[in-house]
Design a binder for this molecule. Structure first.
Ligand SMILES: Nc1ncnc2c1ncn2[C@@H]1O[C@H](COP(=O)(O)OP(=O)(O)OP(=O)(O)O)[C@@H](O)[C@H]1O
Ligand SMILES: Nc1ccn([C@@H]2O[C@H](COP(=O)(O)O)[C@@H](O)[C@H]2O)c(=O)n1
Length: 194
């Protein structure tokens, strides 16, 4: 049986960093599910049609990591038909042997509710804005506004809102280095695998 690790949390909390490190450490597959919504938003036109016809080329676009692409993703992610169109792909990805790490907003609650490990990664708004500003070479105050707006929309939508699963382990990385956050996550997975 494949082993699934679900990692959720708000924007720039460090989900992707931890997910990539866990995948490397345990030789699991990794899917950044936010990239799917970013690709749908970036296509323009009818988002439902885009979600139903996403291609590897859409996911390889060079402009998907921008703050604008994040906002567009968050808007299309509130459309139930867009989310429905992406479910089967994500679940099939999660079923790969020997295991998979998926990070997003609804992995532990909707996509993989039976995941063996669920982490909900957070950090303070200010810390997340600083990290994102450093990453994108952008203004910190603008990043703070951007991520608060996105988080509010993601948490308030009717379908698959961003929230921790009841059985998720909370990991606040505000005061943690990347190495410390990854070590904590690795230890959590090890304990479940043992
Ligand atoms: N514990 C940490 N300490 C310092 N910087 C960190 C830490 N964790 C992540 N970062 C940095 O913060 C930025 C955001 O991290 P990451 O992309 O992993 O967040 P995310 O939650 O996946 O974001 P998004 O939801 O927007 O995809 C990156 O530049 C990353 O290197
Ligand atoms: N499982 C998911 C993943 C992402 N979203 C939406 O996409 C936006 C961009 O995600 P990032 O992880 O790349 O920041 C995010 O703000 C969500 O609106 C989602 O709904 N579900």
């Amino acid at each position: 049986m494949p082993f699934t690790i679900a990692i959720d949390g708000p924007a720039a909390s460090g989900k992707g960093t931890i997910a990539r490190a866990l995948a490397l450490r345990f030789s699991f597959h990794h899917l950044d599910t936010g990239l799917l919504y970013r690709a749908v938003g970036a296509r323009g036109g009818d988002p439902i049609a885009a979600a139903n016809s996403l291609s590897p080329e859409d996911l390889a676009r060079g402009d998907l990591r921008s703050a604008e692409a994040g906002q567009a993703a968050s808007r299309v992610a509130a459309i139930p038909e867009v989310r429905a169109a992406l479910v089967a792909f994500q679940r099939a990805f999660a079923r790969q042997e020997p295991g998979a790490v998926l990070d997003g907003r609804d992995i532990g609650t909707v996509i993989c509710p039976m995941a063996e490990v669920k982490l909900y990664v957070t950090a303070s708004d200010q810390i997340r804005a600083r990290r994102r500003a450093l990453e994108l070479g952008a203004d910190e105050a603008r990043m703070l506004v951007e991520l608060r707006e996105r988080d509010a929309r993601d948490a308030a939508r009717d379908v698959a809102p961003m929230r921790p699963a009841d059985d998720a382990i909370l990991l606040d990385t505000s005061e943690m280095s990347i190495e410390a956050a990854v070590a904590r996550a690795v230890e959590t997975v090890r304990q479940v695998l043992a």
